[in-house]
Design a protein around this ligand. Structure first.
Ligand code: SAM
Length: 273
């Protein structure tokens, strides 16, 4: 057994796991607990008229569909992801919404983008950078494909802060760490990014910091737990019995309305120089 961030290996998953992740990406995209953070930065982006936007690691295209519905959006958008199954789903969802006219999807590894230098006015990495094999290489690729003065947004969690509160504090602490380790190849990347950007010609113009938290009732964190707790067991970080025990306490806190979970998220708004 070994730790395998499922999104890092999304192109190698079995059908059932792929389906579980597709459902999670779509349910998350409909959860206001989370979508407000996308809206917060996307509403501020100055999209040039007829400009080109890129989302790397677009998954099922949920953020792209949300983007093209916005009043400030202009131009066309390309979404890339390494998972052919996610891209297939993304094409289907976009067609269902009639949004496919403005969107192109492509299967590609974000460490080696299949685009010319200076191809895009705007690039977005929404909960991608915590999963990739080599974040520094991905940032370099983004700097390469962005036009001078182009805008880059990198959004992700700082997963040292991911926490579910349980009456058993020790079990809770171990599970928090195991969940972050099993689910994210780079759980602390949002702390490292600030040192990585200047060296590749990217200048941070603003940062946003947010706490996503649910106290009492929950939706976002329940879906997160259901999706990712099985990976803690398959990675051998905790036993099935321990994770089941953790789950029962969580279920009890949901029934009692004593649920508590939280995680910090950061947005870097960046200019290409
Ligand atoms: C948490 S999902 C985010 C999806 C989408 N941005 C959203 O917010 O709904 C992370 C995505 O990154 C993709 N991914 C991870 N590593 C990748 C790589 N090296 N190349 C391309 N896509 C990658 C996964 O397939 C997955 O779709």
């Amino acid at each position: 057994m070994s730790v395998r961030d499922p999104h890092r290996f999304s192109h190698e998953l079995d059908d059932a796991t792929t389906e579980r992740l597709i459902n999670r990406l779509e349910s998350r995209a409909n959860d206001v607990v989370f979508t407000r953070l996308f809206d917060q930065y996307a509403n501020q982006i100055d999209f040039p008229e007829s400009g080109r936007t890129l989302e790397i690691g677009c998954g099922t295209g949920a953020m792209i569909r949300s983007l093209v519905r916005k009043n400030n959006f202009s131009g066309e958008v390309v979404g890339v992801d390494q998972s052919a199954a996610f891209i297939e789903a993304a094409k289907g969802f976009a067609a269902e919404e009639g949004a496919d006219e403005y969107i192109e999807f492509q299967v590609c590894d974000v460490h080696e983008l299949d685009f010319e230098d200076d191809s895009f006015d705007v690039a977005i990495a929404h909960t991608l950078i915590s999963h990739v094999t080599d974040p520094e290489l991905v940032v370099k690729e983004l700097a390469r494909v962005l036009r001078k003065e182009g805008t880059l947004v990198i959004f992700d969690g700082d997963y040292a802060s991911l926490t579910y509160a349980l009456p058993d504090h020790e079990l809770g602490r171990r599970m928090d760490h195991a969940l972050a380790t099993a689910s994210f190849n780079n759980p602390l990347i949002m702390r490292d990014l600030i040192r990585m950007l200047p060296g590749v010609g990217l200048q941070v113009t603003n940062t946003l910091a947010d706490v996503v938290s649910e106290v009492g009732s929950c939706s976002y964190f329940r879906s997160f737990a259901e999706t990712y707790a099985p990976f803690v067991v398959s990675a051998g970080l905790m036993s099935e019995q321990e994770v089941e025990g953790w789950f029962s306490m969580l279920e009890q806190s949901i029934k009692d309305n004593t649920f508590f979970a939280s995680c910090n998220y950061y947005t870097y708004i960046i200019k290409s120089t």
